[in-house]
Structure formats: structure tokens, C-alpha cells
Design a protein around this ligand. Sequence first.
Ligand code: NAD
Ligand code: WQD
Length: 338
Amino acid sequence: MTQPILVTGGAGYIGSHTCVALIESGHTPLVLDNLCNSSSESLERVRRISGVRPGFVEGDVRDAALLDRVLAEQRPQAVIHFAGLKAVGESVQQPLEYYDNNVGGTVTLLQAMQRAGLRNLIFSSSATVYGDPASVPIREDFPRSATNPYGRSKLMIEDVLGDLYRADPAWRIARLRYFNPVGAHPSGLIGEDPRGVPNNLLPYITQVAVGRLSRLRIFGGDWPTPDGTGVRDFIHVMDLAEGHVAALRHLLAHEGMFTVNLGTGQGCSVLQMVQAFERCCGRGLPYEIVQRRAGDIAECWADPAQAQRLLNWKAVRDLDTICADAWRWQQANPAGYA
Ligand code: NAD
Ligand code: WQD
């Protein structure tokens, strides 16, 4: 029997797309998720896309006894650890929830892995660990900082992983720093399904286009960028998912710990994204330019050279594909999985 890959948070946005990529590359995902920000319907959709329904354990990564049982019974080859909370604003209101879930959950997972003798881990970090970068594109050796509890939880976990590796170099650890994941699987069967009003740009745009929200508010038209709106590195979620497969391949073949950016290397402004989406859906989007959002930065995009060199991976899907896939998902699922 092939050993599964344990995917914590695998029912969520990036996790469900990664399950598809894992299955397509011959792996067997086993999802552990408490469904606090997702629906198990995503896994049924993964079955419709790939023909394989991932194994599913409903539970919490902070539940040590459950982890011991799952690791002993299923003997996974590696863990891809997506489970965590990710809303920046909420993290400012509820910092303890974020430290408990993200930092505490990771430590509990690492302890259980250590007890089980399993030392292969891929961790979801974020470009948020670069804070407000002094220049772009951003390389992995740039200084790190955090401006909110969510970002600080990612910084702390990166450091926990670094300390663990130094204490026991038998661990193999990948710290993957995602830029701005967007888009959906081209089938339109899985995609991003945020609870409540979206915080992020693209789900907000698609919900305006589908009539769930009345107009987009663009946060700031006076940034020091070519068109005055914020610039980000929007990466198609299937490129990101394939990046995890590449990281897993590298991890299983090489000793050591590595840290890589997963981004496209291209900056795209908020207005450019709006215009690309308008082209894709064939109509104008109502928007207004309002004040800057607290905590935002002007521009952020990756230097993806390290990922290309180490993992032989690069993002290949363009902005039009991102918009077309996001729009297909939103139109087929106007209320998400509900
Ligand atoms: P998501 O909320 O869709 O997925 C996270 C999943 O983890 C959800 O299914 C949720 O139910 C589950 N979960 C949360 N806490 C859990 C716990 N204690 N035990 C078990 N399951 C738990 O988010 P996503 O966008 O897929 O993000 C996945 C990971 O990538 C997160 O760690 C996030 O911080 C990181 N990340 C996301 C982005 C982004 O913009 N989406 C960017 C950088 C990094
Ligand atoms: C992108 C641009 C906004 C919404 C966040 C997290 C980061 C990472 C990815 C997890 C900005 C503008 C947005 C709207 C707008 N997540 N915008 N109107 O802020 O780059 O990154 O998600 O690790 O940590 O902070 O992404 O999609 O929220 O914003 O004008 O309604 O769109 O101001 O310039 P961000 P975003």
C-alpha cells in the first residue's frame, strides 16, 4: 500500500487544490480538517475532478491523541500543513485564537510527528513575513517582520521549524512562502469560498460580478505605484498546488530544510486585475477608490528564482487564466459550496 500524504487543512482553498495535484502526480492525500473555515463538499468535488476521494478525518491539529492515532494507523510519508487561521483583521481582534491555532496547533503536530518518528514536513508560510519590503522583487534572504498577529504567528512557526531542524537535522522541512493565491481549478468545481464578506481582492471582485456585492472598494489610489493602486504577485492556485508537489518531490529526495517563495515574479496592480476581470466577464465592474486600508503596503512581488532552481518549478498560468477560472467557479457556485 502506498503511504499517504497527511494534508492538514486539506478541505480548505489551497488544500483542496493541492489534493487534486497530489492525486494527479500519483500520491494519496489523507485530509485532516476541523472544517472551521471549509466544507467537506470540497473533497467530494476533488473526487469528481480526479476520480479519487481523499481519505478524511474530521478533527483538530491541536488534538494530540487524535494525531497519535492517525499517524500510527495511517503511517503517512510526509505532512503538508495548511491548517490554520488566516484573516489578518480578525487576528488583530482575537490574537490568542491565532497563536493557539497557528502556533499551538503546529507545535502539537510537530510533537506528534516526533513521537511517530515522522520527520517530513511542508509548511504554509506567507509573503506576509516580509512585512513592508525595502525593495521588490523579494528574495528569501530579505529581512522578516510582522505587523499583525497573523503574520507574527507565521514568523514564530518559521522560527520553531528552524530551531527544530537545528536540534535534529533528521527533519526535512520546507517553508513555502506564498504570495497572493487566486483563481480556481479549471473545472469550476473547487475554488475559494470565503465565509462572510471577502477580505481579499479577487473573491470580492467575483462576488461583485455575480451580483452578491454591489461594488468594489479599491483601497487607495495614491500609492507610489504606476497607476496609484497596490501591486501584488497574484499566483494561480493550481500553480501553487503544483509547487507543493514539486516541494514534496524535493523533500523526499534530499535531506535538509529549505525556504522558498511561491510567486510568479510579476507585479499586477489592483486596477490591472479589475480590468483583466472585466475583459474576462465581458462587462464593467462598479468600483470606487476609497482610503487606503490600514496595514496595507504599496507593492509586493516575489523573486521566484530560488523555487525554479531548487524545485524546478515555476508558475505558468497567466492573469487571463486566473480570471477565467475564478469566474467559472463563481458562476457555477454563486453561493460557494453551500
Ligand atoms: P483556508 O481557510 O481555506 O484553509 C485552511 C483550512 O484549515 C480550513 O479548511 C480550516 O477548516 C482548517 N483548519 C483551521 N484550523 C484548523 C485546526 N486547528 N485543525 C484542523 N483544521 C483546521 O485557507 P487557505 O487559503 O487554503 O490557506 C491555507 C494555508 O495557507 C494557511 O495556513 C494560510 O495561512 C496559508 N496562506 C494562505 C494565503 C492565502 O492568501 N490564501 C497566503 C499565504 C499563506
Ligand atoms: C490585495 C490588494 C488591497 C480588497 C493578504 C494577506 C497576506 C496573504 C494574502 C495570507 C491590496 C486591495 C483588496 C478589496 C482592494 N495571506 N484590495 N479592495 O493584503 O496583499 O494579502 O492575503 O498569508 O498575508 O495580508 O491581499 O487580496 O487582501 O489585497 O482594493 O476589497 O487589493 O488593498 O492592495 P493582501 P488582498
